[in-house]
Design a protein. Structure first.
Length: 256
């Protein structure tokens, strides 16, 4: 995954990464956390009636230069560019979201990075239920505590992995994937579907998520929630308050 306008130092400055990155696990983990804490998951373009561009140059310009966020193809695409620049091997995989009431096609993209003989699930684009650190694919059927969230990776079949999150004491299925590599262009139809189909969560209302060290901020429609250290504060925001909320809490300029 490359873009002619991608500059590693500009990317590191955008996410607030300190120190010198290396093609090792420490860098992988720190990169993922720093991007999650600085680049929101958001669907402002879809809400404005646009289909987000998957051109690598457009993704880089949007997130790094214009300091916007994006949804899975964009934020994971940008992360893949950083891995490419650092020489960290990776593959893109297609995942089937399982948070809908009906069975969905494989419209989600995730990343499998390879470091020191291990393969790590990296995903910066699953919104409020997303993982916060890389997960070793060998860590099956374990409770994986990541800050104040808990995840589990299990096998749904001989070849399909399933990621789950513990919500109110129950395991919630997030998505399934296998290790068949995908090209980024393979997600163009899924991008179109997510941006235009009336049944997707992205067309139905505004969604903005920004992770922070003790939890996450979530704006869903008019409902704003701050999850912090296992507790949640909630308020209803008026339409005229949204712009200031995007700028002040989600580090966005509010431009749609």
């Amino acid at each position: 995954m490359k873009a002619t306008n991608f500059d590693l130092q500009s990317y590191l400055a955008r996410i607030g990464f300190e120190g010198d990155p290396s093609p090792d696990f420490d860098t992988l983990k720190r990169l993922m956390r720093r991007q999650l804490f600085s680049v929101p998951f958001e669907n402002l373009d879809v809400q404005a009636g646009k289909v987000p561009s998957l051109a690598p140059e457009a993704i880089c310009a949007k997130i790094v230069e214009r300091r916007r966020g994006g949804y899975c193809y964009e934020v994971n695409g940008l992360f893949a560019m950083a891995l490419e620049a650092l020489g960290i091997p990776y593959r893109l995989v297609a995942a089937r979201p399982m948070t809908y009431a009906v069975r969905r096609p494989k419209t989600h993209v995730a990343i499998i990075a390879a470091i020191d003989g291990a393969e790590w699930l990296c995903d910066l684009g699953f919104g409020s239920f997303g993982i916060r650190e890389p997960i070793d694919l060998r860590w099956l059927d374990r409770e994986l505590k990541q800050d104040f969230d808990t995840f589990r990776l299990t096998m749904a079949s001989e070849r399909d992995y399933q990621l789950q999150s513990k919500v109110d004491g129950e395991w919630k299925k997030l998505y399934e994937f296998n290790l068949c590599p995908q090209e980024f262009v393979d997600f163009e139809p899924a991008n179109w579907l997510n941006a235009t189909h009336p049944d997707t969560i992205f067309t139905q209302g505004l969604i903005v998520v920004l992770q922070h060290p003790s939890g996450k901020l979530v704006l869903s429609g008019e409902r704003f929630r701050n999850f912090s250290e296992g507790r949640v504060e909630e308020k209803i925001v008026n339409p005229e308050e949204v712009g200031e909320l995007l700028r002040g809490r989600f580090l966005l300029d509010g431009d749609r």
